[in-house]
Design a protein around this ligand. Structure first.
Ligand code: PXP
Length: 236
């Protein structure tokens, strides 16, 4: 069974809406772990719109499963990761005006910077994952820059409503998973996954972990974090 990494960014979004100290993503992470989540993910954005440095520092001390820090490929973020030492760093493209991460990294284009920064992170014992579209070229390039994992962007699959297009997107993901595994890369997946669209992707072989945020936090707001996490685990 694939593992579930719960992204608690949007607990922090609610907190930042008031500029006070609750709800706390650290408490949410604890509840998610108690409900069975096998990992906690946070995205420390350059504009600090939701998760703050303090959250990641505290999560490093409290998370008992696996802490995955999503971040942009910048000197500031790499220095922060080297100080906090999450278990995994997932490198993502970041745009100031996007509502959420919009596409995958262009690994070939960023090859030399990626190679250098991945080596630094790995020397510190951090596993490195690259958030990419399910495309063979991106997978080969991820292997060439010595990433440990790729995280497949499931956004296009999640956005398609037509069943034939959805099947085609699913097949694209399946081919990408198998190509990455053949190269020895670990495979995670995420973005846009919810209680209705997770089934077919969860049935694919070879995906180690799903990182899911918005849909779990949205359900948690109505039924509680533990129930929201348990219901997603049951679907996986
Ligand atoms: N994986 C990555 C790399 C992401 O950037 C995000 C969004 O922060 C997610 C997974 C989770 O996406 P969602 O909130 O749509 O579940």
């Amino acid at each position: 069974m694939a593992k579930l990494g719960v992204n608690v960014d949007h607990i922090a979004t609610i907190r930042q809406a008031r500029g006070i100290d609750e709800p706390d993503p650290v408490a949410a992470a604890l509840l998610a772990e108690l409900a069975g989540a096998q990992g906690i993910t946070v995205h420390l954005r350059e504009d600090r719109r939701h998760i703050q440095d303090r959250d990641v520092e505290l999560l490093r001390k409290t998370v008992k499963t696996r802490l995955n820090l999503e971040m942009a490929l910048t000197d500031e973020m790499v220095a922060f990761a080297l100080k906090v030492l999450p278990d995994v760093v997932t490198l993502v493209p970041e745009g100031r005006h996007e509502l959420t991460t919009e596409g995958g990294l262009d690994v070939s284009l960023l090859r030399s910077t990626l190679k250098e920064k991945i080596a630094l992170l790995k020397q510190a014992g951090i596993l490195v994952s690259l958030f990419i579209e399910p495309e063979i070229e991106q997978i080969k390039a991820s292997h060439r820059v010595a990433a440990d994992y790729i995280e497949i962007h499931t956004g296009t699959y999640c956005e398609t409503t037509n069943p034939a297009d959805q099947r085609a997107q699913l097949q694209r993901i399946e081919i990408a998973v198998s190509a990455a595994r053949k190269l020895g890369l670990g495979v995670n997946a995420g973005h846009g996954l919810n209680y209705r669209n997770i089934g077919p992707v969860a049935a694919l072989r070879g995906i180690e972990e799903f990182n899911i945020g918005h849909s779990i936090v949205a359900r948690a707001a109505l039924v509680g974090m533990e129930r929201a996490v348990r219901e997603m685990l049951a679907l996986l």
